[in-house]
Ligand binder design. Structure first.
Ligand SMILES: Cc1cc2nc3c(=O)[nH]c(=O)nc-3n(C[C@H](O)[C@H](O)[C@H](O)COP(=O)(O)OP(=O)(O)OC[C@H]3O[C@@H](n4cnc5c(N)ncnc54)[C@H](O)[C@@H]3O)c2cc1C
Length: 416
């Protein structure tokens, strides 16, 4: 609990009703804020977590309701005014949010949690029927409908979403060809060693990986039938899923005075440069005490930062210092990641690459910056004794472990 709620007079508006926005709404009420609370969003569902859209929900194994941040009736019960609509802009002087087709929504303090928009594939034919992207439930439902057993899918991009979709489609009996610019799936985030492990996992399940290549054109009479690649390959398909990353959803804030650079710039308290406006989640490029400027596109961050921003807005002065974690499920394999690093000079593996059961450590100038776990069990958020949790503690204290000890299964990470 925040010690003292200092701004009960204000009218709080949350713009963006995804994970971060939903968690923030919940936190405001849990922390004792009793004043007017408005949640603006253009998705028909109440705030929910997107992870099942590339996994269980896509495969028809789980309803979405288990991923709702709050039960559907929680909002009315807690006097959260949900405004269904698309915000078209804000006026930071008169403190209003403009909503298409509706009255402006005045705010005292504003939390922006608009997330990200999928990057489009800027090639001829990208608008053909049968070319999908994935962020919303509607997009997921469309892919699900196209994914009949025996169909042939093209997945463009093998980052986390592309990899998970490729895995789910394969599990649904769809034949998958994936085109990726690098040498292996997830290579840019996890490095070539883990990339190779992930490539093996997909290939073993029959996914055709077209590496070091890109789609330059999509063709088809009425709907997509072929992709042409830069290297001149023609890849046939019944449908395509484009998963080439997201852009922070900041377009409506351009020219408002809000500082924008790869997302909305916020400080360690989730404050933007404009008084009374905060941001959290995928849209927020935040200042982290350990990692510096960082924008994170993962569920755990949206959840923790949504709550942290709400607490900041209520007067807490605790900076947001969460040591980031995320996970990915592909087939029966579970990947977990803690920390953050873009450039490292040493990767150390503990465990078995062959058995696909390992922990990988990313060191930069001798400092442990991040760790990845593949099928090592446990949840670092829930289990203190878990080795990923231990790795996370090491990352938090900028440990400089001995590489040989890191690789040694018999060495207790907490003692390094
Ligand atoms: C298919 C999929 C699977 C994923 N799986 C994982 C996973 O396994 N593990 C993991 O760590 N992360 C995963 N993620 C990432 C995770 O879901 C995101 O990091 C998280 O959703 C970010 O939450 P957010 O609230 O910042 O943004 P969002 O959830 O995108 O919410 C933003 C909301 O703002 C709304 N909005 C935007 N602009 C406007 C506007 N102008 N007017 C009104 N409303 C607006 C949007 O409609 C949306 O509802 C996955 C993402 C996807 C798409």
């Amino acid at each position: 609990m925040v010690a003292a709620v200092q701004v009960p007079e204000t009218r709080i508006v949350v713009l963006g009703s995804g994970m971060a926005g939903g968690v923030a709404a919940k936190t405001f009420r849990e922390e004792g804020y009793d004043g007017p609370l408005v949640l603006i969003g253009h998705e028909p569902t109440p705030p929910f977590g997107r992870p099942p859209l590339s996994k269980t929900y896509l495969r028809g194994e789980e309803p979405l309701s288990g991923w709702f941040v709050n039960a559907e009736d929680w909002y009315a019960d807690n006097r959260v005014d949900r405004v269904a609509g698309t915000a078209t802009g804000i006026d930071v002087n008169s403190r209003q949010v403009y909503v298409a087709g509706g009255s402006p929504v005045p705010y005292g303090t504003l939390l922006i949690t608009t997330g990200g928009d999928n990057r489009r594939l800027e090639v001829p034919g990208a608008d053909l029927a049968g070319v999908f992207q994935l962020r919303t439930v509607a997009e997921c439902d469309a892919i699900r409908q196209a994914a009949r057993a025996g169909a042939h899918a093209l997945v463009v991009g093998m980052g986390f979403i592309g990899s998970e979709v490729a895995a789910s489609l394969t599990q649904m009996g769809v034949r998958v060809t994936a085109v990726l610019p690098g040498g292996a799936p997830l290579e840019s985030v996890l490095g070539p060693e883990m990339g190779e492990v992930m490539a093996g996992i997909h290939r073993d399940r029959g996914v055709e990986l077209v590496t070091g290549d890109e789609v330059v054109r999509l063709e088809g009479a009425n709907r997509v039938e072929n992709a042409i690649t830069k290297k001149g390959r023609t890849l046939s398909c019944d449908f395509a899923v484009v998963a080439v990353g997201i852009r922070p959803a900041v377009r409506i804030f351009e020219g408002t005075g809000l500082a924008i650079d790869n997302g909305l710039l916020v400080d360690g308290m989730c404050r933007t440069n404009v008084p009374g406006i905060f941001a959290a989640g995928d849209v927020a490029n935040h200042l982290h005490p350990l990692f510096g400027r960082i924008r994170v596109e993962h569920y755990n961050n949206a959840e923790k930062q949504g709550a942290a921003a709400a607490r900041s807005m209520l007067g807490s002065d605790a900076p947001y210092s969460y040591v980031h974690t995320f996970w990915s499920d592909e087939y029966e394999h579970k990947l977990e990641y803690a920390g953050h690093v873009r450039k490292w000079d040493r990767f150390v593996a503990r465990g078995s690459v062959r058995d696909r059961k390992l922990l990988g450590f990313y060191l930069a100038d001798g400092v442990l910056r991040a760790a990845v776990g593949l099928n090592r069990g446990g949840d670092p958020e829930l289990d203190e004794r878990d080795e990923m949790a231990a790795a996370r503690r090491m990352i938090a204290r900028s440990a400089r472990p001995d590489a040989r000890a890191l690789a040694d299964e018999d060495k207790d990470l907490d003692l390094l």
